[in-house]
Design a protein around this ligand. Structure first.
Ligand SMILES: *[C@@H]1O[C@H](CO)[C@@H](O)[C@H](O)[C@H]1NC(C)=O
Length: 148
C-alpha cells in the first residue's frame, strides 16, 4: 500500500521534472552577442562558433552587425562555446562562453523559473572586449580579453 503510494509520488516527481526540462526553464538561459565594431569601411568579420554538440556554421558580419545565439545551460553546467574569428589576414580563436564567462554575463530578465543572461562581446581593430556589467543598467563596462 504505502509502497504503491511512494512509487506514485516518485513518478509524479519525475514527470514534473521532465516537464520543467522540456520547457527549458529549468536551467538559466544565455544569449551571446558578438558585435562587429571594426572600423567603418573595413572588410567583414568572418566567424565560426562551436560547442561540443553544435556547430553554428560559417557566419559573415559587416561593420556594426552582430551575431547572436542563445541556449540553456546544461543541467550540470560546463556549457562551452568557442569561436574562430577571421579578419583580413588575422585570425583568433577562444572560448566565448564557459563557466568563467557565465559568471560575467549580465542579468537581463526572468525566464520561466530561472533567469535570462546576456553575454556581450565586441570585436575591434585592436582586439576583443567583453561587457562585464552584471546588472541590467545601460552603461557597458568593457574589459579587453584578447588581441588579434
Ligand atoms: C573561459 O573563457 C575565457 C574567455 O575566453 C578565458 O579567459 C578563460 O581562460 C576560460 N576559462 C577556462 C576555464 O577555460
Amino acid at each position: 500500500m504505502s509502497f504503491i503510494k511512494h512509487k506514485f509520488i516518485f513518478f509524479s516527481f519525475i514527470f514534473v521534472l521532465n516537464l520543467l526540462m522540456v520547457k527549458g526553464s529549468w536551467t538559466p538561459r544565455y544569449q551571446v552577442h558578438i558585435n562587429n565594431n571594426l572600423p567603418d569601411g573595413s572588410n567583414p568579420l568572418r566567424l565560426r562558433c562551436k560547442s561540443k554538440d553544435d556547430d553554428l556554421g560559417d557566419k559573415v558580419r559587416s561593420v556594426n552587425e552582430e551575431f547572436t545565439f542563445a541556449f540553456n545551460e546544461h543541467v550540470l553546467g560546463e556549457t562551452l562555446f568557442f569561436c574562430h574569428f577571421y579578419w583580413n589576414s588575422k585570425d583568433k580563436s577562444f572560448d566565448v562562453f564557459n563557466d568563467t564567462m557565465a559568471d560575467k554575463c549580465g542579468l537581463e530578465r526572468k525566464y520561466g523559473l530561472n533567469f535570462y543572461y546576456g553575454c556581450y562581446w565586441k570585436v575591434q581593430e585592436d582586439g576583443f572586449y567583453f561587457d562585464s556589467q552584471l546588472l541590467p543598467t545601460p552603461e557597458a563596462q568593457y574589459e579587453k580579453f584578447y588581441e588579434w
